[in-house]
Write a protein that binds this ligand. Structure first.
Ligand code: AHM
Ligand code: MG
Length: 327
């Protein structure tokens, strides 16, 4: 077998502190635990919804809550984490005043897939904690995605994989259950610059803004339209799954804002989903925008802020961006 995650993190080329190294290993170990829980969830009666909603008014699944409880256990982080913000919690929690980092996550993304045994994932983002010694506030988490020190996701698919960046390229690791360890699968992953594959929830077509409609209609017209070539479509309703396909073989993924009142700022969240995924996509040579602008330049206004998301193979993302700028 190739390099383990731990060996990869120890390699001198990475600009990471011993604390960040420990934090990433703790995150990988926590996700391996969650992978086992998800992998036996029907057998253990952990499928289905709870009779409660999260702060964003979304019905919570049993596994949304259980996974969140798993990740917020302070002893997991060995003193490396000062505070946590999660998609499943109303507000931040303080963990360890001496911790160097802020940890932000969506514990189970794509949780509508749980009941059909479809792909889900954990998405995480890491920021430097403020060094003031004062209690953390929401404002400490409200920083542009370009300031992330690490970002990644774990995909619970046929194989459990960790996709990780520290701002020096993207590496993919596979979890080997019997060896209880993570092994490097690919390093310096690059997304093909061009693609003929798009991912969007097409049932929202009538709600889309004109630049999105123009782009997708041109793809659908295929050989007979202005693009002069046929496109393929995929949609898993699991951002991690759809993004993993884009990272693996190229493509464009879109969850744009639209005219529905609850999607006027998009559906996906800046801190838990858009920022870490945009960080990975850019590090793999792709592009990630909210329409006219780069996702990583956005200054979030609140913890649960949403954003429009368009990302993937550079040529297609730039084409959509030009449609937004023309509009
Ligand atoms: P979640 O964090 O509540 O699971 O919502 C995010 C998910 C993404 O994984 C996915 O891309 C999107 O919601 C699917 O939404 P839709 O059901 O509208 O197609
Ligand atoms: Mg999510």
């Amino acid at each position: 077998m190739t390099q383990t995650l731990s060996q990869y993190l120890d390699a001198a080329k990475l600009p990471i502190s011993p604390e960040l190294n420990r934090l990433i290993l703790a995150m990988a170990a926590s996700c391996a635990e969650l992978s086992d829980i998800i992998g036996t969830s029907s057998l253990n009666n952990l499928q289905g919804a709870l009779d409660q909603e999260n702060v964003q008014g979304e019905v919570q699944k049993k596994l949304d809550v259980l996974s969140n409880e798993l990740f917020i256990q302070p002893e997991r982080w060995h003193g490396t984490v000062a505070g946590i913000a999660s998609e499943e919690m109303d507000t931040l929690i303080q963990v360890d005043a001496k911790g160097d980092y802020l940890l932000i996550f969506d514990p189970v993304d794509g949780s509508s897939n749980l009941d059909v045994n479809g792909t889900v994932g954990t998405i995480f983002s890491i920021l430097d904690a403020p060094k003031t010694g004062a209690d953390l506030t929401e404002a400490d988490f409200l920083r542009p995605g370009s300031e992330q020190v690490a970002g990644g996701y774990v995909l619970y698919g046929p194989e459990t994989q960790l996709v990780l960046t520290f701002g020096q390229g993207v590496a993919i690791f596979g979890y080997h259950r019997h060896k209880n360890d993570w092994f490097l699968i690919r390093d310096q992953v690059q997304i093909p610059v061009s693609t003929r594959e798009f991912a969007i929830n097409a049932s929202n077509h009538r709600h889309w803004h004109p630049p999105v409609r123009r782009y997708i209609d041109e793809c659908l017209a295929g050989k007979d339209g202005v693009r002069g070539t046929d496109f393929n479509m995929r949609w898993l309703a699991s951002m991690v799954g759809d993004v993993h396909r884009v990272i693996s073989r190229g493509g464009i993924f879109m969850y744009p804002s639209d005219t529905r009142p609850n999607v006027s700022n998009g559906k996906l969240r800046v801190l838990y989903e858009a920022n870490p995924i945009a960080f990975l996509i850019e590090q793999a040579g792709g592009a990630a925008i909210n329409g006219p602008d780069r996702i990583l330049d956005q200054m979030p206004g609140k913890l649960h802020q949403r954003t429009s998301v368009i990302l993937g193979s550079r040529e297609e993302v730039e084409r959509v961006q030009s449609y937004f700028r023309e509009a």
